[in-house]
Design a protein around this ligand. Structure first.
Ligand SMILES: Nc1ncnc2c1ncn2[C@@H]1O[C@H](COP(=O)(O)OP(=O)(O)OP(=O)(O)O)[C@@H](O)[C@H]1O
Ligand SMILES: [Mg+2]
Length: 458
């Protein structure tokens, strides 16, 4: 940059000087022909005063005819710039010279500029002008120093800024990495603490949300395992008591044997039911959100479900009333919805009194399909309503044992409803009956198409 400035300043100075020297060479030409030293001196001394330098007029042998300082008259000048004119083709020339100053200790830079003195198309002499350009050199030197300072300060500022940016960007990334490593090592409680409103802070918050969810899922899973083990242990424990009491008794009646074996059989049924439900749940976990969606007629699905359960109902003389439209075509995972319907209708029959009534109604309201299952059975207190959809929750454990329940049925129903983007509504009164409504959207959102890979056919 400073060389650019220096070049610019000096080039300008050279151009100006060349112009001046050329014009003076024209002025002195007639006097050089006449060897009129006085006139030539008048011109060069006046001009060198105006221009602030020293001016000589030389003849075609390089001998000084006039010196504006009157010190070199008669001396021979051998500078390149003079020879350029006398022996070269140029009409002007210039060059730079390092000249010792008056004190003899230092030096200064001067520009020498020459122009040919021409008479009748022939070079008859040279005007040599010299002038100090030390001020330009000094100025550019100062500029160079200033630029150096600016450069150093800029470097320091850039360094500080980059340190600052590193703190802003790298630290949070480091925090995120550490938290992610901790989580992958099993420490699910690890969280990031990135403050602010920028993208990294947002990423930190999302990361924390993800960790919360992971921790929650992990907690639920371990609770589930302990609940399930407990539930599996209970029938096994009662079977063990029944078997042991038969084993350690001598001469037991055949009737007692049969009674105990029937109890054991009941416990085996309970275990089987529990394991079936557990397997179903783990299958739903595996499939995660994947629903096998198809277009089906909900009415025929409900009819199938009711028909399958009619034998149980008729054993206790319970009437199942069905009220449906002709059809209700909807999108859902038929197997899962059938499972949910089975659980709800089975509950209604199970918790009805003998000779009771169960009402099953299907209707479409807007974009929702609703299946309402109402019974006039045992019902339950409002306090239980918030819990019945929890795993293994049973209102009356003793009664549930009689009816062979595990408390997983409604939990499964709710999961199936949620998977479809639907819900389960319930209202119940102790001793009066319960109404469960399975609400499902008629249409399922379209699955996102995977991105087309490069090179795939259109
Ligand atoms: N229609 C109903 N009337 C009265 N109580 C009900 C009804 N449906 C469910 N409940 C209560 O809610 C509890 C939870 O029901 P859920 O279906 O989850 O379990 P379950 O019927 O006991 O066992 P299973 O897992 O075999 O279905 C039941 O134990 C019962 O106390
Ligand atoms: Mg049930």
């Amino acid at each position: 940059m400073s060389s650019l400035v220096e070049n610019y300043l000096i080039t300008q100075r050279i151009d100006d000087t060349k112009k001046d020297v050329r014009s003076i060479s024209v002025q002195v030409a007639p006097y050089l022909v006449q060897s009129d030293a006085t006139e030539m001196y008048n011109i060069v001394s006046q001009s060198s005063q105006d221009l602030g330098g020293r001016m000589l007029v030389l003849n075609d042998s390089g001998i000084v005819q006039t010196d504006s300082f009157s010190a070199m008259n008669g001396m021979h000048r051998t500078e390149n710039e003079v020879y350029d004119i006398l022996y070269g083709k140029n009409s002007t020339s210039y060059g730079f010279h390092k000249i010792p100053d008056n004190s003899g200790d230092g030096y200064f830079w001067a520009i020498y500029c020459t122009a040919s003195v021409i008479n009748n198309g022939k070079t008859i002499g040279v005007v040599l002008y010299s002038s100090s350009i030390q001020n330009v050199v000094q100025e550019t030197e100062n500029l160079r120093l200033q630029m150096l300072w600016i450069y150093l300060i800029a470097c320091v500022i850039i360094f500080l800024c980059s340190m600052f940016m590193t703190n802003i960007v790298t630290k949070p990334v480091q925090q995120l990495t550490n938290a992610a490593i901790k989580i992958s090592n099993g420490d699910l409680g690890s969280r990031t603490h990135i403050k602010g409103r920028n993208e990294l802070a947002e990423l930190g918050r999302t990361f924390n949300m993800m960790s919360d969810r992971l921790q929650n899922m992990d907690k639920q899973r371990s609770e589930f395992v302990s609940d399930a083990s407990h539930e599996l242990k209970t029938p096994l424990a009662s079977m063990k008591i029944l078997v042991e009491s038969l084993l350690y008794q001598d001469h037991v009646d055949e009737g007692v044997y049969k009674e105990f074996l029937a109890d054991i059989n009941g416990e085996i049924d309970r275990l089987t039911g529990l394991i079936t439900d557990l397997l179903l749940l783990s299958k739903m976990d595996e499939e995660s959100m994947g629903l096998n969606v198809e277009r089906i007629d909900l009415v025929s699905l409900v009819k199938k479900s009711v028909n399958a359960l009619l034998p149980i109902a008729s054993m206790r003389k319970i009437t199942v009333d069905l009220e449906t439209p002709d059809d209700l075509v909807m999108e859902c995972d038929a197997l899962k919805v059938r499972q949910a319907l089975n659980n709800l209708i089975e509950n209604a029959i199970k918790y009805s009194y003998d000779n009771g009534y169960v009402d099953v109604r299907v209707k479409r309201i807007g974009q929702e399909a609703q299946v309402t299952i109402a019974d006039k059975g045992v019902g339950m207190d409002t306090e239980h309503l918030v819990h019945i959809f929890e795993r293994f929750y049973r209102v009356d454990k003793a009664r549930a044992r009689d009816t062979g329940g595990t408390g997983l049925g409604l939990y499964i129903v709710r999961r199936i409803a949620l998977l479809h983007g639907g819900r389960v509504e319930v209202s119940s009164k102790d001793g009066i009956g319960s109404t469960f409504t399975l609400v499902l959207p008629v249409n399922q959102p379209k699955p996102m198409l995977p991105d087309r890979k490069m090179g795939d056919k259109q």
